[in-house]
Write a protein that binds this ligand. Structure first.
Ligand code: ZN
Length: 182
């Protein structure tokens, strides 16, 4: 009986049972979240659900603009959906970024398939391109981001919000779990 009373009392007085203060996302918050990304046809393009939550430093432009804006003021446990226009996502699709490259620049151009993503060495450095069309003498490649020109809808669940360390603020990115290791 005595033990039960002490037990009950100790639970009521336990300071660790008080809810933690809610931290709203603002500049220098380190945010972890799960997301599912759909295009305007409602097709699922990506989801973090198969792996770890994504972690980023808020206010440093580390995620697309439209999503970062929608995160502002939210807290751990919040779920929401946001639709982002191309200008606030991966930009407009620029036709000038589709280029015809001589087949001889590829090790084995005949094995290429439309839709395939590959890295190309250019005078401006390495560029990621998507194969558009494979011809006998030429290959048409698209250097636009695969999601350029698309209106994107993110369903987001925020799992954790913490304050960034001084070092993280200096570097402009997250360290440790889900971040840069160096
Ligand atoms: Zn760093």
């Amino acid at each position: 009986m005595l033990a039960r009373l002490i037990g009950t009392h100790s639970i009521i007085a336990d300071p660790f049972l008080r809810p933690l203060p809610i931290m709203n996302i603002s500049e220098h918050s380190v945010v972890s979240f799960h997301y599912t990304l759909k295009n305007s046809q409602g097709e699922q393009l990506e989801s973090s659900r198969e792996g770890n939550a994504m972690t980023y430093l808020h206010g440093s432009g580390n995620i697309i603009k439209g999503l970062e804006k929608a995160m502002e003021g939210k807290a751990a446990g919040d779920s929401f959906a946001v639709t982002v226009e191309p200008t606030d996502a991966y930009g407009e699709h620029k036709p000038a970024n589709i280029q015809r490259v001589s087949a001889k620049h590829f090790r084995n151009s005949k094995a290429l398939k439309p839709g395939q993503v590959l890295g190309l060495q250019t005078r401006q450095g390495p560029v990621q391109v998507t194969v558009v069309k494979v011809g006998r003498f030429n290959v048409d490649v698209d250097a636009n981001h695969p999601l350029a020109g698309q209106t994107l809808t993110f369903a987001v669940e925020i799992t954790e919000v913490r304050a960034a360390s001084d070092e993280e603020k200096d570097h402009g990115h997250v360290h440790g779990h889900g971040g840069v290791e160096h």
